[in-house]
Design a binder for this molecule. Structure first.
Ligand code: 13P
Length: 325
């Protein structure tokens, strides 16, 4: 078993999943402001410390994805975040893309940037204890969207990112997110997700990415949030598994879903329903952001007296997702 394969397997096995705590400074700041917390560097640190010090986190969380700011911060006990996670038996990951920008030629669509200097950044993070990385591409469903341009540009960037990570010893989490925003049906989401994943795996093979040393982080196949459609849990599970079966090679060790704006409970139910299919070659787990930490942030609201209650809420979500597996 290669070192990359071992890390990838650790991330997705033993009923554990990944916690995405890598919101950019801008996104994290606006989430803090929404709950009445001043968006300072110190408050972002305090909030991330609350998350990683949640008791028994390592029973259901195999890895935590950090943002660059957090990666270099220390907890009150003087340990850096990667060191502290390592103490707990949790792998430390790092978001290495630098965000999604308007795509020239299709400015209403996005291309994720961050390839320049990535080899050196990967080496730096690896030295400081990262074992895996993340890069998120975003694609929208709408009139003539996603365009072939947007799909091709994004899967190309994902494959080059994945290759650079593997060269530097980090397992790439490969995240092609087809957004839930829009009025599209479940069937349209399945069709677009299938076609994006097909292009992605062609490009990963072209770039000689070792497929047993990645974790795929896709969207679940759901109806658009503005569609008025509320597909049954079993239908979402079936549509998602069908899209994956049609496109994801068996050598990929695991698939860890993003939550994408689904309610925490719904995301967990969908994950649970997907475990009922026989003979799937990959582990199916979670790499949720909002669906894991959202309720905890709402509970905490910057009140240190609510710290323990917030950790209990996070723990309950993590345990529920582990149980769903
Ligand atoms: P959500 O689960 O909130 O969609 O976030 C996952 C993630 O890491 C997005 O890049």
């Amino acid at each position: 078993m290669s070192a990359l394969n071992k890390i990838a397997r650790t991330l997705v096995s033993n009923r554990r999943g990944i916690l995405a705590a890598d919101e950019s400074i801008g996104t994290m700041s606006s989430r803090l402001e929404k709950v009445g917390v001043e968006p300072t560097e110190e408050n972002r640190r305090i909030y991330r410390e609350l998350i990683v010090t949640t008791p028994r986190l390592s029973e259901s969380i195999s890895g935590v994805i950090l943002a660059d700011e957090t990666f270099h911060q220390e907890l009150d006990n003087g340990r850096t975040f990667p060191e502290f996670l390592d103490d707990l038996g949790i792998l430390a990951g790092i978001k290495v893309d630098t965000g999604a920008k308007p795509l020239a030629g299709s400015p209403e669509e996005k291309i994720t940037e961050g390839l320049d200097g990535l080899r050196e950044r990967v080496a730096g993070y690896e030295r400081l204890g990262a074992t895996f990385a993340k890069w998120r591409a975003v694609l929208t469903i709408g009139d003539n969207q996603p365009s072939a341009r947007a799909v091709q540009a994004n899967v190309h960037a994902l494959a080059r990112y994945a290759g650079l990570c593997q060269e530097g010893g980090l397992v790439p989490i490969v995240e092609p997110e087809v957004l839930m925003d829009g009025t599209h049906s479940l069937a349209q989401c399945q069709q677009v997700t299938t076609s994006v994943l097909e292009s992605l795996f062609e490009e990963l093979e072209l770039m000689r990415v070792q497929l047993d040393g990645i974790v795929l982080k896709p969207n679940m196949v759901v109806a658009g949030s503005g569609s008025g459609e509320q597909p049954a849990v079993a239908d979402v599970a079936r549509a998602t598994v069908d899209a994956l079966r049609a496109t994801v090679p068996a050598s990929v060790p695991g698939i860890a879903f993003l939550s994408g704006g689904q309610s925490p409970e719904t995301a967990t139910e969908h994950l649970g329903a997907m475990q009922n299919f026989d003979a799937l070659p990959w582990e199916l787990t979670y790499s949720f952001g909002r669906a894991l930490v959202g309720p905890a942030l709402e509970t905490w609201r910057g009140d240190e007296g609510k710290r323990v209650a917030a950790q209990e809420v996070l723990s309950a979500r993590a345990v529920a997702n582990a149980a769903a597996r």
